[in-house]
Each structure stands twice: as structure tokens, then as C-alpha cells.
Ligand binder design. Structure first.
Ligand SMILES: *Cc1c(COP(=O)(O)O)cnc(C)c1O
Length: 440
């Protein structure tokens, strides 16, 4: 079984090895080239902090399939729940003949998300679909059409979510025209704030309120959408206090606050949701990625009066809240409770953060280390992708799966599974050290 995989790195060939190279040639001939590949090592098994490829190399996983397998790949409770559900029934469509697990996932999300107000949840398939629906609900409830998003934001690849996403390449380039009524404002990004981090929160807040009031008109704005730590944008932690002030201001203006917790949610940042660190209680929260241990599931959770303002039949989809994905989500959430994965994320931070700080001290080319819990990154000072790409490639050759991010492609980001063993975590950090030595 996948979870029986020894938690050790083993390299039997170059990475990628010969069998992966063969599969990759088939991929290039069969799969649309727009679908990229970070590391063409073809996977046969994965569990804990290890990914095994077709050449029997055992790679250390600092990516979790982009913050998805927080409970580990093929986590035991998830495997059991999925197996049982597949034997009972695979699909009915919740809108046709419903089932308990969907309701139970909604109850859990209503309970776990920030705020003790009454809530409702609707389930979907992908993160982008959840964001689309959060915007639909916000517009319907407020009767307003404008939506405000931030610099460096990532909210998905569908037409509306491309419009919300900030970065042109690769997400938007020549894919327009985009959905209308999306307005962009500066993010309080301390490291790159022109006048320095000390003035960042105040000036960004001023710029935000001015743009919304003067350029868009507060009365026209249905919602402000924000990632409490920006993910693809480079693990940008907003300047302290910024989001809290944004949330209070939105409340006074009758603007809904949507927290996109698709990457930050489910223990990733050391709490169930990153909104908690920012002392914000969003009106609507979107979740996906870590929710179901690798099965496709997404959700919008929000204030009951907002969610229930939509007419019956206005929300849904054929597969949203599929029973197999719901069974996996319940098992994944049980795992997070039983194994205290929020505590594990904080422990990962305690081990990783000093090592990343040391790298920043050692290499002038690095600008800063940042992040929370098991969502950590280092940013290169130079706003170009060359060094982050080179270090990441060196990690891959040594059997460590790393990802890059950032508006400038100059951020190395780390998202280990929360169940990763400390030996493996330390070995991964040693490989990262060696990759820096090799490249810089
Ligand atoms: C990944 C991501 C999305 C999109 O989710 P998909 O499941 O890929 O559609 C949206 N928002 C954030 C913050 C994300 O990290």
C-alpha cells in the first residue's frame, strides 16, 4: 500500500530517469503543450513525504501537488473512505438525489471556518469554480457588479478567474477578452513596497480605499477578493494589520469580503484558515486544494443570509460535491484533527524558517524568507526567474520536488505534506543548501 513507502530518498537513476524520459516523449506527442510539466518524473506511488517514480527513484516532496496532499498522499483514512464509497455508489448528482456526506462536509466547513455566525456551504469541483460561484453569490446578494482584486493575485484559469488573476504570463496571455467589472488595487507587499515596509500597510490601505471610492465607487462594489497569504503571487504575507483594516472598511461600505483560502486553508499556515492570523472574518470563503486529500472538491462557505439569498437552482453543477470526494474530505478533516496537522505545520515552520533565514543571510542574491506554517518561501532580490529556476532545477536533480512562484518567477516556495517526517524535512533542507552552493 502506498502509505507503506519507506520514508527515505533513494536515487537509482538521473532525475528524470530513462523510463520517465520515454513517458515524457509520449506526453509531448499526445498532450497539449499548453499543459506544462515542472519535473518530468512520472509517478507510480506516493505516501507521506515521498513520491516514487517509474525508475524507482524515491523523491522528497516539498510541493504536495500544490498544497493538496497536506494529509499525505493516499492517506490511510482517505484510502479507506474512498474505497468504501466507491463500492456503495459513485454518483447520483446531489441536486437529483442527495446523500449525507455532502451535508456532513457542509456542516464541518460551517463549523471550522472563521466566525461563529450562521453559515451555509455549497460544494464544487475546482478552486476556480468556487471563486466563480463566490462572485456570483456576492453579486446576486448585493445587487452590485464590480469586484476588486489585488496585485499579485491568483484566483484561477477560467474566464472570470483569469480576469481576477494578476499575472499575464502564463495565465492570461492572449486568452482575452476577460470578464468585465474587475478592478485591481495594490497589495501591501512589504518587501517590494517603494517607500519601504514600515509605511507599507498605511499607504496600501490609502491606495485601496481611494481607488475603490474614487475610481469604482463603493456603492458599485459587490466584493473585494483576497488571498490572506498570496499563493502563486509569491507567498506574499500582507503587511501586518492591512487586511484587518480592509475588512473593517468593506463592512462599513457594504462590500462583501471574499477570502480565497484555496491554497492557505486546512492547517497549511498553522491554523485551520489563514484569515485567523489576519484577524479577519470573511463574509465568504473559498476552499479547495487541501480539502480532500487529493480528490477534486471545492467549496464556498459564507454567511447564511448571503448564501441563502440565491434562488433555488441558481447554484450547483453535475459533479459538485461528488460522493467520493466528500468521503475523502471527511476523512482528510478527521486526519487533520487526529494528527494535529495545524500543530505539525507550526513545527515545520519552526524547523524550516531558521534554515531559510540562514540562506538569506548567506546569499546576497536572496531578498527575504517569509510565509507561515508549512507555506514558506524565499524571494530573490532580482525580479527575474533565472536563479529561482536554477536552484529549483538543482533540487530536482538531487531528488527534491520544489516549486517556484511569484509575479517575477523569482520565488522558491515550499509546501511539504504536513505529515512529513522531520528526518525527511531536514534532508530536504540539506539538499536545498547544496543546490544553493551549486548554483550561487
Ligand atoms: C489553486 C488556486 C486557485 C484555483 O484552483 P483550481 O482548483 O486550480 O481551479 C484559486 N485560488 C487560489 C488562491 C489558488 O491557490
Amino acid at each position: 500500500m502506498a502509505t507503506g513507502i519507506p520514508q527515505r530518498r533513494v536515487l537509482r537513476t538521473d532525475i528524470p530517469g530513462p523510463r520517465s524520459a520515454e513517458l515524457h516523449a509520449r506526453k509531448i506527442a499526445a498532450v497539449a503543450s499548453g499543459v506544462g510539466t515542472t519535473l518530468p518524473a512520472y509517478v507510480v506511488r506516493a505516501g507521506g513525504g515521498i513520491v516514487v517514480d517509474v525508475d524507482d527513484n524515491h523523491l522528497i516532496d516539498f510541493g504536495s501537488g500544490i498544497a493538496v496532499t497536506s494529509v499525505g498522499n493516499s492517506a490511510p483514512r482517505v484510502v479507506d473512505a474512498v474505497r468504501a464509497q466507491v463500492e456503495d455508489f459513485t454518483h447520483t448528482c446531489f441536486m437529483i438525489t442527495p446523500y449525507e456526506s455532502y451535508v456532513a462536509v457542509a456542516e464541518r466547513l460551517n463549523d471550522l471556518t472563521p466566525g461563529d455566525h450562521e453559515k451555509r456551504t455549497a460544494l464544487f469541483i475546482s478552486g476556480a469554480e468556487a471563486v466563480e460561484n463566490a462572485v456570483k453569490i456576492a453579486r446576486h446578494h448585493t445587487g452590485r457588479s464590480a469586484v476588486v482584486a489585488f496585485d499579485h493575485a491568483y484566483h484561477g484559469r477560467t474566464n472570470l478567474t483569469m480576469a481576477l488573476t494578476a499575472k499575464n504570463m502564463p495565465y492570461k496571455h492572449r486568452f482575452g477578452p476577460f470578464a468585465g467589472e474587475i478592478h485591481r488595487v495594490p497589495m501591501a507587499y512589504p518587501y517590494r513596497w517603494p517607500s519601504g515596509s514600515a509605511t507599507c500597510a498605511d499607504q496600501a490601505f490609502e491606495a485601496f480605499t481611494t481607488a475603490v471610492r474614487v475610481q469604482v465607487g463603493s456603492d458599485n462594489v459587490a466584493a473585494v477578493i483576497v488571498e490572506p497569504i498570496q499563493g502563486e503571487g509569491g507567498f506574499i504575507v500582507p503587511a501586518p494589520g492591512f487586511l484587518h483594516r480592509v475588512a473593517e472598511w468593506c463592512r462599513d461600505e457594504g462590500i462583501l469580503l471574499i477570502a480565497d483560502e484555496i491554497q492557505t486553508g486546512f492547517c497549511r499556515t498553522g491554523d485551520w484558515f489563514a484569515s485567523t492570523h489576519e484577524r479577519i472574518v470573511p463574509d465568504l470563503i473559498t476552499t479547495a486544494k487541501g480539502i480532500a486529500g487529493g480528490l477534486p472538491l471545492a467549496a464556498v462557505t459564507g454567511r447564511a443570509e448571503i448564501m441563502d439569498s440565491v434562488h433555488t437552482g441558481g447554484l450547483g453543477g453535475t459533479y459538485g460535491g461528488n460522493p467520493i470526494a466528500c468521503a475523502a474530505a471527511l476523512a482528510a478533516i478527521d486526519t487533520m484533527h487526529a494528527e494535529d496537522l495545524c500543530g505539525k505545520a507550526r513545527r515545520i515552520e519552526a524547523i524550516m524558517r531558521p534554515r531559510l533565514d540562514t540562506l538569506v543571510e548567506r546569499y546576497d542574491q536572496l531578498g527575504e524568507a517569509r510565509g507561515r506554517g508549512a507555506m514558506l518561501a524565499v524571494e530573490f532580490a532580482e525580479p527575474t526567474p533565472a536563479l529561482a529556476g536554477a536552484v529549483s532545477a538543482a533540487c530536482h536533480r538531487a531528488g527534491l520536488i520544489t516549486l517556484t512562484a511569484g509575479t517575477f518567477g523569482n520565488v522558491l516556495r515550499f509546501l511539504p505534506p504536513l505529515v512529513i517526517g522531520e528526518d525527511l524535512l531536514t534532508e530536504g533542507l540539506d539538499i536545498l543548501d547544496a543546490a544553493f552552493q551549486e548554483v550561487l
